[in-house]
Design a protein around this ligand. Structure first.
Ligand SMILES: Nc1ncnc2c1ncn2[C@@H]1O[C@H](COP(=O)(O)OP(=O)(O)O)[C@@H](O)[C@H]1O
Ligand SMILES: [Mg+2]
Length: 151
């Protein structure tokens, strides 16, 4: 991905496929483009994107949408995280689309078995690489749909 717009476009492509109930995890260093993906994703789901920034004071930012989007940023949380305590587990249902920045602060056991994982890395100064991984049948189907969107 050679520009911010490419990164957003990937998010949009994912957003187009979401119907509610999906969990998308985002990992990668500060500045790797996680929030950019979320912005594209929300746009792809029909949300106007000015609203989408890293939630600075809240850990979970909910965007009113059909389906509703929960944007989670675990950056400021230190130590072990209790998903019940931060209210995250309540969003793991069939209705919400949950996107989690810094998802590597959680253990596998704290995440649903079915989830789409994106790992972002820096290429040269002006590019980013992304690795997508579908865990579980729904997320693998989502990944296949993305690939056929590309062709
Ligand atoms: N493919 C890309 N090429 C160059 N710059 C990018 C790319 N994707 C995102 N950026 C830029 O990287 C910066 C950090 O993005 P952001 O989404 O806030 O990262 P994160 O949420 O991972 O910390 C932004 O200024 C964004 O415009
Ligand atoms: Mg961010």
């Amino acid at each position: 991905m050679r520009s911010r717009l490419d990164t957003e476009r990937l998010g949009m492509a994912i957003g187009h496929e979401l119907r509610g109930g999906e969990v998308i995890t985002l990992t990668g260093e500060l500045g790797a483009g996680k929030t950019c993906v979320v912005r594209g994703l929300a746009k792809g789901m029909g949300l106007s994107t000015e609203d989408v920034t890293s939630p600075t004071f809240t850990i979970i930012q909910e965007y009113e949408n059909q389906p509703p989007i929960a944007h989670v940023d675990l950056y400021r949380l230190e130590g072990s995280i209790e998903i019940d305590e931060i209210g995250l587990s309540a969003y793991f249902d069939t209705e919400h689309v949950v996107v989690i920045e810094w998802a590597d602060r959680l253990s596998q056991a704290q995440l649903p078995d079915d989830r789409l994982a994106l790992h972002l890395t820096f290429g040269s100064r002006y590019s980013r690489h992304v690795m997508l991984q579908g865990f579980g049948t729904s997320s693998q189907a989502l990944l296949n749909a993305l690939v056929s969107q590309e062709n």
